[in-house]
Design a protein around this ligand. Structure first.
Ligand SMILES: [Zn+2]
Length: 281
């Protein structure tokens, strides 16, 4: 146990037991697919906390929450738990989710939505109670945007522009537009630029199975740099890995290699998330 935790924060990790492709990515990245393995990678990179996004493939709402909460407790709070919900399952499923979120121990730090993987988009009226809950609980909503790693996902549901309407309607709710909306990065940057309550994360931008991996890293870093310029405010950009899709070393390296002042990079790697999540210190 290190005496002092790193001040960096990873806002997007999936150390879940309910993962279809996690072990395959972990093998390719030569990392250990377990919360403890992830903690060791985080320690090397000076990352104190990781936001554990609630798995969408858990067999029930209860099982998903149990997974994130048990890992949060077991790791002394280094993983921060979130909830998720499938609005296509109807009103009573959503009501059950809200009731479980109210009682969750430890308290949830946010909600993750998986449009595209599931056939809904963020403007779906069935999500209104979810946004109202997030406003009441004062926690951000993470929204998957952009390419789905599952070929059965539907891209019409994942265009960043859809989040604009929701951000306008729910000004008191903060949203994290995940993956910079990749490949619709310019569109995502505009939504973040325009809306004070929309942030973005740098997660899942690297595919370890891609050919010419180094060239891909270079291309993505250039796109990320342009997106930050378009957003115009480095405080709106949060480091995330999408672990195990990226190793922590690769995901941190993407940000570390940006042509930015080191104070800005540290903001992206942790300072911004600490403010967003209200982490002390
Ligand atoms: Zn993810």
């Amino acid at each position: 146990m290190s005496e002092e935790l790193g001040r960096r924060v990873d806002v997007h990790v999936h150390p879940t037991r309910y993962s279809r492709h996690g072990p395959t990515f972990a093998e390719k990245n030569r990392i250990e697919f377990s919360p403890e393995g992830l903690l060791r990678e985080m320690d090397v990179a000076g990352i104190g906390h990781g936001v554990f996004l609630c798995p969408r493939l858990a067999p029930s709402l209860e099982a998903g929450l149990q997974d994130v909460s048990e890992v949060a407790r077991r790791t002394g709070g280094r993983f921060l738990p979130t909830g998720t919900v499938d609005p296509t399952k109807g009103t009573s499923h959503i009501e059950t989710a809200l009731a479980l979120w109210d009682q969750n121990d430890p308290p949830l730090v946010g909600i993750k939505l998986y449009p595209g993987y599931l056939p809904f988009d963020v403007t779906d009226p069935r999500l209104e109670p979810v946004y109202a809950w997030a406003e009441r609980a004062r926690v951000p909503v993470w929204v998957h945007q952009g390419d789905t790693s599952d070929p059965d996902g539907l891209l019409r549901y994942v265009r960043p522009i859809l989040l604009d309407e929701v951000a306008v309607r729910w000004r008191a709710v903060r949203f994290v537009l995940c993956h910079l909306g990749n490949p619709w990065i310019e569109e995502a940057a505009e939504v973040v630029y325009k809306n004070e309550n929309v942030y973005t994360d740098t997660s899942g931008l690297l595919n370890p199975f891609a050919e010419r991996y180094e060239a891909q890293v270079h291309r993505m870093r250039t796109r990320l740099r342009h997106a930050i310029l378009a957003v115009g405010d480095v405080r709106k950009v949060l480091y995330g890995s999408d672990w195990p899709i990226s190793s922590i070393a690769d995901a941190v390296g993407l940000v570390d290699g940006l042509d930015l002042p080191s104070a800005d990079k540290e903001r992206i790697l942790g300072g911004n998330a600490r403010e967003l999540l209200g982490l002390r210190g």
